[in-house]
Structure formats: C-alpha cells, structure tokens
Design a protein around this ligand. Structure first.
Ligand SMILES: Nc1ncnc2c1ncn2[C@@H]1O[C@H](COP(=O)(O)OP(=O)(O)O)[C@@H](O)[C@H]1O
Ligand SMILES: [Mg+2]
Length: 248
C-alpha cells in the first residue's frame, strides 16, 4: 500500500484536478484498488468524480474514530476507485486534532485501509497546519503542483521545509509544473530551469473535468493532457518503487 499526497500551501494550483485524475489512472491503468481521500472541506474530489455525498457531515468523525472510514467511503462509477468525501465538518478538524493529540492518526487510518486499498491519494487543503502535518506523516510521496510563478516556488519551499522537518525518513517530494502555457516567457523559463520536473499543461480538457465531473482519461483518453497525466502517474510509481528499494 502506498499513500500519495497532493499538496501545496497555495490554493488554485491544480491539486484537486491532479489528485482525482491520478487516482483514476491508478485504478484504471495500474489496476490498483484506489481510494481518493478528500481532506479539503471545499470537497472538490467527490464532485470531480461525479459523486454526490449526502447525509450529515461525518468526515471529521473518521479522525475521532466515531466513524470508520468504510462507513464514509462511497464507490464511484469507475472500477476499483472509491472516494472518501470531504464535508463542512473538516472546517473544525485542525482544532479537533489539537485536542486529540494524536500526531499519526491519519497515518494509522491509512495503514488500516491498506487491507482494502493498494493506493490512497490524499487531496490536501492549502494549509500549513495539523491537517497538512498529518498528511505529510502518512505520505509515501508528496506531489507538489506549481504553476510557474515565484509565488508557487515560495509555496514549494514551505512544503519542503514542512516535509524535511519529519527527519531523514521523510517522504520524497515530486514538484510538478502545472498549468503550463508554453506561449508565456515566464513559463518557458521555468521549464528550462527545471528540465527534470514533470509538466502538466494548461489545457481546456483539464478544465473540462469540472464541467463533465469526470477524469480526463474517461472522456478524452487520446488527449495530450491524458497522456501527460499518464506519464506523471508512471513517474510517481517509479518514485514509490525507489523508496521501497531504499527501505529494502
Ligand atoms: N492543467 C490545467 N489546465 C487548465 N485548467 C486547470 C488545470 N488544472 C486545474 N485547472 C482549473 O483550475 C482551477 C483550480 O484547480 P484545482 O484543481 O481546484 O486547484 P486546487 O485544488 O489546487 O485549488 C479549476 O477551475 C480547475 O478546473
Ligand atoms: Mg483543491
């Protein structure tokens, strides 16, 4: 089982779009039983997978162990892909985690979910607090989407600081240049400066994910965006395999 956190301290950088699409690739191409765990109260993950969570808010109850994750998980219309949706109860989660004092609660929950899922993708909120700290402790790899901008670079530095604070066994980070428009000078400069970073272009197909409420691989499997995402998914799997070998 591996936990893939998609995280930045900055909002609107493409985290939810990446997380949902990567989870879809993991299930469809990888054939892994995959869970998308939405940790952002805004709740975009379930929405993008066409799922409508109903009933009373209970996402926070998973952390306090008032609910089991399985009670909150919803299946999607895709084989091997489930979602643990977010809701407004997550607004109070940071304060609740402070009271709980369990720094590895999310890590324990994901370990337990390993009996059911081989891949868990965490769609993280754009925060630097106990929720992000829990996600970093649970993660085997941290994907950090960054549109080419000095503000994104700064956000990446903050993420790197947070991750490195976990010590020598910290998860590897994979920065991803997101929403890249090659017509822009600043964007081309960012590509030249970081030739080894995966690139996700600014693409109307990816914007359409929110309109169609489906991953791009589902409705535009031959698009460039779908092949870029597929490549990113493979790069993540390579990182996970490297980490596994290191742990040996
Ligand atoms: N590569 C992309 N190309 C075009 N639009 C994108 C791309 N990635 C995300 N978007 C759009 O940008 C907005 C923010 O994306 P989102 O994934 O919600 O970011 P975050 O989760 O970081 O806040 C959404 O409207 C989304 O549809
Ligand atoms: Mg989001």
């Amino acid at each position: 089982m591996a936990v893939i956190a998609v995280y930045s301290v900055k909002g609107g950088v493409g985290k939810t779009t990446l997380a949902t699409n990567l989870a879809w690739f993991s299930a469809q191409l990888g054939g892994f039983n995959t869970l998308l765990w939405d940790l952002d109260a805004a709740g975009g993950g379930a929405f993008l997978l066409g799922v409508d969570p109903s009933g009373r808010p209970k996402a926070q109850g998973v952390f306090t162990r008032e609910q089991t994750p399985h009670e909150v998980v919803i299946g999607t219309r895709y084989a091997k892909l489930d979602v643990l949706p977010a809701d407004r109860s997550l607004w109070g989660l940071d304060a609740r985690l402070a009271l709980l004092g369990k720094k590895r609660r999310l890590a324990r929950l994901t370990e337990d979910l390993g009996a059911t899922y081989s891949r868990i993708v965490l769609d993280c909120p754009p925060v630097l607090n106990r929720i992000s700290a829990q996600a970093m402790r649970a993660a085997d790899v941290v994907i950090v989407p960054m549109p080419p901008s000095p503000l994104s670079t700064r956000a990446f530095a903050l993420v790197a600081e947070e991750v490195k604070r976990l010590g020598p066994g910290h998860p590897p980070m994979l920065p991803v240049l997101s929403m890249v428009d090659r017509r822009r000078t600043l964007h081309r400069m960012a590509l030249d400066a970081n030739p080894e970073w995966p690139v996700i272009p600014l693409a109307s197909a990816l914007e359409q994910c929110a309109v169609r409420r489906a991953p791009v691989g589902d409705f535009a499997p031959t698009s460039l965006a779908a092949s870029d995402l597929g490549r990113l998914w493979q790069a993540i799997e390579r990182k996970l395999a490297q980490r596994e070998r290191k742990r040996g």
